[in-house]
Write a new protein. Structure first.
Ligand code: GLP
Length: 248
């Protein structure tokens, strides 16, 4: 695992954006696996900025997103489709039909999930998968469990995830209780993984993912088995690794 130690959120965002831009420049028709949440927001701002300066283009890029809340329409301002449109897609030259986010309103989740995986497989898997991480170590919405789920699936959100995401909704009761998430199979199938983290509240999740036992209790720990992971994190998120004497 290659680790970039950055001083703060902005430096983490800039570094993450440069890794993504590097992929797009080298492989203009790549399949990018994209993520939502506060963590990648800053990186998307840099990418939009660099697009506006004419430094990168997304015109041949394909994308698949990690996850979506069950029950939220694409127009709901907390849906992940809405997040992607407002933070990236609406501001760059990506072709709308080239972007995929799980459909939170699907009537047939089982069929939808297997079609999502079939699409990813048909493209030879994702070229670069961007990941944030939950405080409980979740990646995408693969929550701590007693087993890893390989396929795209409907997941019951952990109470701790509902708590963490309540800040985006009017009340905690408004947070959806389920999501559709890409499974561990598609994430591990990615040719490269770019894991990003910022802030002290991610320090345990990062420590456990990088140094802890490989266990579905900390889904991020599976990344220890991936051959090409780049971790971009600020010092606060790396603090437990640094304190443990891991060279970063
Ligand atoms: C969310 C998403 C994840 C994200 C994580 C951390 O619930 N499903 O994809 O990485 O939790 O979010 P944040 O970056 O806002 O801390």
């Amino acid at each position: 695992m290659r680790i970039f130690r950055e001083k703060d959120y902005d430096a983490m965002s800039r570094r993450a954006a440069s890794v993504i831009a590097g992929e797009v420049v080298h492989n203009p028709s790549c399949l990018l696996g994209l993520a939502t949440g506060s963590t990648p927001e800053g990186a998307y701002k840099y990418l939009v900025d660099w697009y506006k300066q004419g430094l990168i283009s997304f015109k041949d890029v394909l994308s698949v997103n990690l996850d979506e809340y069950v029950g939220l329409a694409p127009t709901h301002d907390q849906s992940y489709r809405y997040f992607m449109q407002s933070n990236l897609f609406d501001h760059v030259d990506i072709v709308p039909e080239h972007t995929r986010v799980p459909d939170g309103l699907t009537k047939d989740a089982k069929a939808f999930c297997s079609e999502y995986d079939a699409y990813i497989r048909s493209k030879g898997y994702v070229d670069m998968q961007l990941l944030g991480i939950g405080r409980n170590g979740h990646i995408g919405f693969n929550e701590p469990d007693d087993h890893f789920v390989k396929e795209t699936h409907v997941v019951d959100l952990a109470e701790s995830t509902i708590d963490a995401n309540a800040r985006f909704f009017a009340t905690r009761d408004d947070v959806p209780k389920q999501a559709i998430s890409m499974g561990i199979g598609a994430i591990m199938g990615a040719k490269k993984v770019l894991l990003c983290a910022s802030g002290e509240d991610k320090a345990d999740a990062i420590y456990n993912s990088v140094c802890g036992p490989i266990t579905p209790k900390c889904p991020g720990s599976i990344l220890q088995l991936h051959k090409n992971v780049v971790l971009v994190a600020d010092e606060a998120a790396l603090s437990k690794l640094i304190a443990a004497g891991v060279e970063v």
